[in-house]
Design a protein around this ligand. Structure first.
Ligand code: NAP
Length: 245
């Protein structure tokens, strides 16, 4: 059975490693090619866009892919839409591996918003020193906020000509510990965190740290997902695959 895993997440890498040990499955993992030094999946992989839903459908057809698992990030909505369209067109089973969003618990001071530009509006009125963790590609939405200081954490630095708000860039990759996150927030006198509701454990420590320190979090809600079969973790995706063998 030939499987294409759309990746770019820790879950996708873990899934690639697990299916490598299942006889009867030949997997190819696909990365968009955004990060300079990606964590490469075990086994076969390819890098770069397909050319929209039509390009992906063509790839599925040409490579004789039998099953598609979309294990991309919950905020990577274009590729997920393309995956649903292409799998439907080619007529192959399609599963979304999508970790559950974080839920607000007692002590959390969240302001939930629908987009990064809505997050920028909240920050403009309510913050002075912000820990911005929405990724390199979303910095421009905050660039006009010249009276606010930002600590911006991302995997790779922004392009030289990118619009970036004032502050400091910190290039680092999770997982992060609670101790690390608390220190970062305290040392930089952070009053507000801006985060996507990514879910999972790798970047959750900052949310716990904010709760413990009483810091507000502007939480960007997830975009809608296409209508597709879904599982919430890697083991459930493996079980789904075994049923297809
Ligand atoms: P996106 O907006 O949904 O996708 C934009 C285009 O990038 C797609 O149309 C596709 O190009 C290409 N692409 C995306 N993921 C791909 C993959 N796994 N393999 C091949 N091509 C892919 O995606 P994005 O938000 O820029 O995210 C890019 C990658 O980074 C994803 O793989 C995602 O899992 C990962 N990531 C995203 C975030 C986030 O916050 N968005 C966070 C962590 C990791 P074509 O149309 O040419 O096929």
């Amino acid at each position: 059975m030939r499987l294409l895993i759309l990746g770019g997440t820790g879950d996708a890498a873990e899934l690639s490693a697990k299916v490598a040990n299942i006889s009867g499955i030949e997997a190819i993992a696909s990365l968009a090619g955004r990060t300079r030094e990606p964590i490469l999946p075990s086994g076969n992989f390819r890098v770069g866009g397909f050319g929209g839903a039509a390009g992906l459908a063509e790839y599925l057809h040409q490579m004789q892919i039998d099953v598609l698992i979309d294990a991309t990030h919950p905020f990577a909505s274009q590729i997920s839409l393309n995956a649903a369209t292409a799998a439907h067109e080619v007529g192959i089973p399609h599963l979304m591996l999508i970790r559950p969003p974080w839920e607000k618990v007692a002590g959390d001071r969240w302001i939930e918003v629908d987009s990064t530009s809505a997050a920028a509006d909240v920050v403009e009125n309510q913050a002075k020193r912000v820990f911005l963790t929405v990724g390199r590609q979303e910095l421009a939405a905050f660039a006009h906020l010249q009276d606010i200081w930002f600590l911006m954490r991302m995997i790779d630095p922004p392009a030289a000509d990118a619009l970036v708000p004032p502050g400091m860039i910190l290039c680092d990759r999770g997982p992060f510990t609670l101790t690390q996150e608390k220190e970062l927030l305290i040392q930089n006198h952070i009053d507000t965190i801006v985060s996507k509701n990514s879910g999972g454990n790798a970047t959750y420590a900052k949310i716990i740290a904010a709760r413990k320190l009483g810091i507000q979090v502007v939480m960007v809600k997830r975009p809608p997902v296409p209508d597709a079969e879904q599982v919430a973790n890697v083991d459930a995706a493996v079980a789904w695959l075994r049923e297809k063998l």
